[in-house]
Design a protein around this ligand. Structure first.
Ligand code: SF4
Length: 448
């Protein structure tokens, strides 16, 4: 859970917004948009729910138990609305999309429910709530919507920004709820994306992270739009932008054209997130992932051939229904072959309405947890070993702010890892060479 306290440029901020954001980067990005939109209505972010005029939970439903968590959190937050205080309580994100009117029905103190496709309607809903109009819910999925309805973020200039290029997903992996709560894939117009990136570059941003649920299928549905590889090349031509990252990519859509970018687009990041989910063909088939273990490994190999110093991060689901000991061993052996620098791993939990939720799942929880422990142990070893290889090397670091300790500054190296090193704030905003003197599990210590 992330407390949002972005700074916004507005001179008329006379109300306070308390917001909690759960889940993925798409939600964090949506929260930034919400802050920007509500600033136009006079709302400034606060970390104090008691003092706020509006409380908004931006929710995620990817993991099991998400709905109960949201109900519990809302029950805790409602205490601030007692004593007749005029405070708006709202829920957005995937749980709002999924539960819809049910939330209003169950929670009499809730004022607004806003779906994942309807954020642009939020200001109007908030105005209505301020006028004391009836409680409202807007959760229609509009698969024809134009993503340019979403205002670009006007927040204070930072050095690294997310730029949404598409949203939704057509893949319907058997375990995943995203296509149901985020709708089908929609790509934003490339002209709008490039305008936004140029604007960000003018504001001093030096790194953009192109964002989408299935980012590498960008443009595939629209002939008039570039492919994702072409879009990356167009973004790379924008002066002032020195680094480009993207997330999240689906292995099946990692085309040769896109892989080639790692060979000749120098601004493209030295890190790629490529979620395998399992190393077993039988499990991948049940998951409906659309690739095999071999085709996944072949793509990783191609990328590493073009960019030998690239690091790979990934996602693995442990204990998927039907996963045998042999399947799990296949996953561990895939990890040995790829050698991820970081891995997001979790135990499978069924999401209602998905295909996988109908599969028989008789593997005891203790077995799943034991597998997760083994997997995490292996990953800790890989992370440690890979991190140590950087000791003594020189890394190019985009300095983004003060460091962890006084007298230090901090930034990201080409591989996306945090590097702290002694230096003063005059370095913030520059890209400097830093020698790595110590590797920690999630960061490096260096010297200029
Ligand atoms: S690609 Fe699969 S896991 Fe990823 S968002 Fe789409 S359905 Fe979910």
């Amino acid at each position: 859970m992330i407390l949002v306290a972005y700074k916004v440029r507005s001179t008329m901020l006379n109300k306070l917004l308390y917001m909690e954001t759960f889940g993925c980067q798409m939600n964090v990005n949506d929260s930034e948009r919400i802050v920007t939109m509500l600033a136009d209505l006079g709302y400034a972010p606060t970390n104090d729910p008691a003092a706020s005029d509006m409380i908004l939970l931006n929710t995620c439903s990817v993991r099991g138990g998400a709905e109960e968590k949201v109900y519990r959190r809302l029950a805790n937050l409602r205490i601030y609305k007692r004593d007749g205080k005029k405070q708006i309580i709202a829920v957005g994100g995937c749980v709002a999309q999924q539960e819809g009117e049910e939330l209003l029905r169950k929670l009499p103190y809730l004022d607004l429910v806003i779906g994942t496709h309807n954020l642009h309607l939020l200001p109007e809903m908030v105005r209505g709530a301020e006028r004391g109009e009836r409680r409202s819910e807007t959760t229609f999925i509009d698969n024809d919507q134009r993503l340019d309805l979403f205002p670009s973020i006007k927040g204070e200039s930072r050095l690294s920004r997310f730029v949404t290029v598409m949203q939704g997903c057509d893949n319907f992996c058997s375990y995943c709820i995203v296509p149901f709560v985020r709708g089908r894939e929609i790509s934003r117009r490339s002209a709008d994306i490039l305008t936004e990136v140029r604007q960000l570059a003018d504001d001093g941003v030096r790194e953009v992270i192109l964002l989408g649920q299935n980012v590498n299928s960008y443009g595939l549905k629209t002939e008039s739009e570039p492919t994702f590889a072409e879009l990356i090349r167009q973004v790379a031509e924008i002066d002032g932008i020195d680094r480009i990252r993207f997330t999240t990519s689906h292995p099946k859509d990692m085309s040769d054209e896109l892989i080639a970018c790692f060979g000749d687009v120098a601004k493209l990041s030295g890190q790629i997130h490529l979620p395998a989910q399992s190393g077993s063909d039988a499990v991948l088939k049940l998951m409906g992932r659309g690739y095999t273990r071999d085709s996944y490994l072949a793509k990783v190999h191609k990328i590493k051939t073009l960019r030998p110093d690239i690091v790979v991060t990934g996602d693995i689901i442990v204990g998927f229904p039907g996963e045998t000991d042999a399947d799990f061993e296949e996953t561990l052996s895939l990890m040995e072959q790829v050698r991820y620098i970081d891995l997001f791993s979790f135990v499978y939990s069924p999401r209602p309405g998905t295909k996988a939720a109908e599969l028989s799942d008789d593997l005891p929880r203790a077995v799943k947890m034991a597998r997760l422990d083994r997997l995490m142990e292996l990953q800790r070893r890989h992370t440690g070993e890979i991190s140590q290889t950087y000791t003594g090397s020189v890394m190019s670091v985009l300095v983004e702010g003060e460091g962890k300790f006084p007298g230090q500054v901090s930034g990201k190296g080409e591989i996306g890892r945090i590097v702290n090193f002694p230096g003063d704030s005059s370095l913030i905003g520059s890209i400097v060479d830093v020698r790595i003197i110590k590797a920690y599990p999630n960061s490096f210590l260096g010297e200029l």
